[in-house]
Write a protein that binds this ligand. Structure first.
Ligand code: PBG
Length: 332
């Protein structure tokens, strides 16, 4: 140390930043294709893929393009696929979700036969895509969402999805007791091996806006009476997670991701099952919109967002960029 400058530091974090090789060695959070799950939309009766305006690069698939996109994702090494259906018609009780010939169940069967066990097939287990009122549950006479009547419907839906080939069902409706009801129904129908990815801590978020275009949601109003209030403390999320685990959840999810990294961290510290985080449609749209204007470096921002979600403790990330990022990570 230079004696005339006693304040020169001996501890220098910059030593490990000097060269790309040093930085690579010092990396502690690494993205891997298998940690990424690709959400996919399939539209009943579509003959051409329909672009989702607020999600540039994302489409509502036809059965044929769904198969292609799924195969490409699997070839790129992504860890799994999460399927959402866009039905041609809707009704008050969301019967399309239970119908074995409903768009989502047909897509599950198609991909199961196409892909075998090469990937993890997951299905969104919720009524909002199938109801004409757009809520995630059945409505009571007064227009409120009827929790316990909805559970019966979710139970039927779980069995239909399992029968169609889902490895994992993803209840995203935030009804109390949904995981327990689904687990019991799956077990009762002999689907003991089908896992439940619980959307445990799902917030009533404005970041879902573009998704609602993607599924052509007919929702008026909001989901504040069942999804979590962003203004509650993280303790409420931990309570939701604990309930879901007690009811038999195999994996738990926090959603959205980027504005809820504190929740991701606390959940990851609290549980011993894999933790998922959903980088939702609005997070995707913001980055794409800013990048299209040349305001941010798109690829670097994508990597940075995914890295921060993993650094916060998520084991897996649902992201609409899954295939692209997986390819970038393992160039071939
Ligand atoms: C509900 C559901 C939603 C999303 C996934 N499942 C929307 C909502 O709760 O309103 C949002 C996903 C996204 O924004 O990317 N079935």
């Amino acid at each position: 140390m230079n004696p005339s400058y006693p304040s020169y530091p001996s501890s220098r974090p910059r030593r490990l930043r000097r060269t790309p090789a040093l930085r690579r060695l010092a990396t502690q959070v690494r993205l891997h294709p298998a940690d990424l799950i690709l959400p996919l939309f399939v539209r009943e009766g579509a003959t051409d893929p329909v672009p989702v305006g607020s999600m540039p690069g994302v489409v509502q698939h036809t059965p044929e393009t769904l198969r292609k996109a799924a195969t490409e994702a699997v070839q790129a090494g992504v860890g799994g696929l999460m399927l959402f259906g866009v039905p041609a018609s809707r009704d008050a009780t969301g019967s399309g979700g239970i119908d074995p010939n409903g768009v989502l169940n047909v897509a599950l069967r198609t991909l199961r036969s196409e892909l075998g066990d090469a990937t993890v097939l997951m299905s969104d287990l919720c009524l909002d895509e199938f109801t004409d009122h757009g809520h995630c549950g059945l409505l009571a006479a007064d227009g409120s969402v009827d929790n316990d009547a909805t559970l019966l419907r979710y139970a039927e839906m779980a069995v239909a999805q399992a029968a169609a080939g889902a490895d994992v069902v993803g209840p995203s409706g935030m009804m109390d007791g949904q995981v327990g009801a689904i687990r019991a129904a799956l077990d009762g129908a002999g689907h003991t091996d089908v896992a439940v990815l619980a959307y445990s801590a799902k917030y009533a978020s404005a970041f879902y806006g573009p998704f609602r275009e993607a599924v052509e949601s007919s929702l008026c109003g909001d989901r504040m009476s069942y999804q979590q209030d962003p203004a509650r403390s993280v303790d409420e999320a931990l309570r939701e997670v604990a309930l879901d685990l007690a009811e038999g959840a195999d994996l738990v999810m926090v959603k959205p991701a980027m504005s809820y990294l504190d929740v991701v961290r606390r959940v990851a510290d609290a549980v011993d099952v894999p933790v998922a985080a959903y980088q939702v449609s609005g997070e995707y749209a913001m980055v794409e919109a800013a990048a299209a204007r040349g305001w941010i470096d798109r690829d670097r921002v994508i990597t940075e967002t995914l890295t921060s979600v993993r650094r916060a403790g998520a084991d897996v990330v649902l992201t609409y960029w899954a295939t692209e990022v997986a390819r970038r990570l393992s160039p071939r």
